[in-house]
Design a protein around this ligand. Structure first.
Ligand SMILES: [Zn+2]
Length: 212
């Protein structure tokens, strides 16, 4: 089961899962994202790849954590002086991965794949390897199931994530069909928000290495 947002990282994870497992399903969390297009994008990709897609209503998150990902009147900003960015929702991955675990239990999936990563700019505590390992133990204990959480991107930078997509022959697919932009612009995005900057920087870096 792939935790899937329709973005670059989770789409690369989807292809990773398709390489490693014979049966793959995706789960997307609807938390009233700033841009409903994010859910549409996730739906389009799973339909295209003929992957069973579950969408879970997580709009309650909005009650707990008003922030730039869900409120369009809050600007998306990188944190200054070590502060977390305005896109931070405390405990978001804790909640999402716990629900992914429950759904995995229900449909009999053992392996949970998530695109969290320690190397990106955000520093969200619940994207760190230590947290994922801890949650893996907690999920196993809470449901008495031998779940395995996989994090194929944990130690990769953006250029290396592009390289992985390219290894699967899916660089163009990921580049053209996914959405990471905070302004809701698909593929190469608005080119101005922090997510677009990071994505384009990684792509440029990867393509330079590839050409040389
Ligand atoms: Zn953008």
């Amino acid at each position: 089961m792939v935790v899937f947002s329709g973005g670059q990282d989770s789409t690369t994870c989807l292809f990773w899962a398709l390489e490693h497992f014979t049966e793959v399903v995706a789960v997307t969390f609807d938390y009233n994202q700033r841009h409903a297009i994010e859910i549409d994008c996730a739906k389009a990709i799973t339909a295209d790849l003929q992957i069973e897609h579950h969408i879970l209503d997580m709009t309650l998150l909005n009650q707990l954590a008003p922030n730039a990902l869900t409120r369009s009147n809050i600007d998306v900003k990188n944190g200054e002086d070590g502060a977390l960015p305005s896109t931070f929702v405390p405990g978001r991955n804790l909640v999402f991965l716990s629900f992914a675990g429950i759904l995995a239990y229900q449909i009999g999936a053992r392996h949970i794949i998530t695109g969290v990563c320690e190397t990106d700019f955000s520093g969200y505590p619940d994207c760190r390897d230590q947290f994922i390992k801890s949650l893996n133990v907690t999920l196993n204990l809470s449901m008495e199931r031998p779940f395995v959480i996989h994090t194929p991107l944990m130690w990769l930078n953006k250029a290396e994530t592009w390289a992985m997509a390219d290894d699967f022959g899916k660089l163009d697919y990921v580049r053209n069909k996914t959405l990471t932009c905070y302004n809701g612009v698909i593929a190469d995005g608005c080119g101005e928000c922090p997510a677009c900057e990071l994505r384009m920087q990684g792509l440029t870096q990867y393509l330079q290495v590839k050409m040389s």
